[in-house]
Design a protein. Sequence first.
Length: 503
Amino acid sequence: MDNRDNDIFEIYRPFRNKLAKFNVIDSLYVIWGYSRNYIFNNEFPKDIEKPSRFNPLEPKLFERKYWGLFDHELEFLQKEIILNCDIAKTNYSFREQKHFSKVMNYLRDDIENTLSKKYTNQDNILLDFNRMVHRQFKWQAGYGREAIFRYYQIYSDTTIAELITNKFKLTPQQLFLIGFLFFGWTGNHFKTALPFKSTAKAITNEMLEIFISHFSMTIQEAKHELKTCQQINENIFYSINPLLAKPLLIEQSDMICPIPIFMFWLVTSGIYYPLVKDKSINKLFGNALGKSFENYAGEVLKKSCTNNNFKIFPEEIYGNPEKRTIDWILIDENSILFIECKTKRMTLDSKSSLEITESLEKDLKIMAKYIKQVYETYLEYKANLYPTVKYDESKEFYPLILTLEDWFININHTLIDKLKVYVIDCFKQTNLDLELLEKFPYQIRCASDFERDIQLINGLSIKDYFYKATNNLIQDIIPTFDFVNIYEGEYQKVFVDPFMGDK
């Protein structure tokens, strides 16, 4: 696809020209002011004029963002400010609402509305919804200990930890500690003078320098990277954002991070990308990641399933030629749950394109193969070929695909329907009985949902949970359900204690 659509460029050009009047650092300060308020509820800077109905103390975060700016708008503006604002001081400032509102109104009324009218129609509205979901929903998750431990446990696998240490010259724990240090620090400080000095006993100044060298770039370098990735076409809001890989920006002797949540994403889900892109290690990393994710799922099962009615069985090797059982099996009095763990992520093009014939179709076909494999191994179990778990006709079968990242398939009927077509094609190609799909409908869950859902299963049952989930009844239970912290005490030990005391 051509990176420039002339019609879109003519609409974009006035926006670009408006930004050229403003100073880049001063403008990024405004982005930081909104972002820190949303993420940490930190005080909105007094030297930034607020929109008339924007209340930085509003307890309902959506209301705050509705009258201020949405997170995804902040991300887009950050990119455009770096691309187009002047490095020199000017007489214009986004701190004044009269200037900022003009730019925002043009962004929303002229660029966004024009693109929506030009490219969104009845045929592709759900595909547009798919990319909108991937652009916006990531902000709703915020940050939490669950994500921290999920990724820390996965990256602490011996092989992955060695790959991380060799590549970054920092261990996974050091990466996490420094990343979270900067996450909190940049939420409170817009500018940080370099060199940054450590006061934590587990972090040396040398470690900080190594971390900054990997995950920072100058304003000019960022401008170049953004220019390379920019698309002035239907994907103007969905192009690759290199700031996610290097959130720390260096200008002379100062360091800034206008959107601090980027630091949290970097050291959790973001470490995946430089490792998988490294051709010298990506295959080794991919295999190790899959096994580590499988181990993580087992830990969640073991820590969550405290009900004595449950039995948990790990993957086993059997047969000649060698075969493997499903990754995890969970059994209660009436049901058997097969859990297949997959770390593949939906590609950027699948998240951002309005065309289904390329990357999105490819990703959905891969998911269809995963689903087919679960039913194939179920038939092996039914034939009593599994070494330990023997077929029990009285137990109802539930197949589950567990992904590390959320594909957001379950909320989009276009993707659900397309996936079903590809699954049926896979079944036909291997002569699998299509009645299996009707009798035992497959489920897709992501890791963040799994951590919650397994606790619900433990409190209900496999059958009762999936009945309520598929009939939209589970939301009635969640508000009053007694969820527990399965990592109680571990957060303090791994991430808090190393900061205590002097070096």
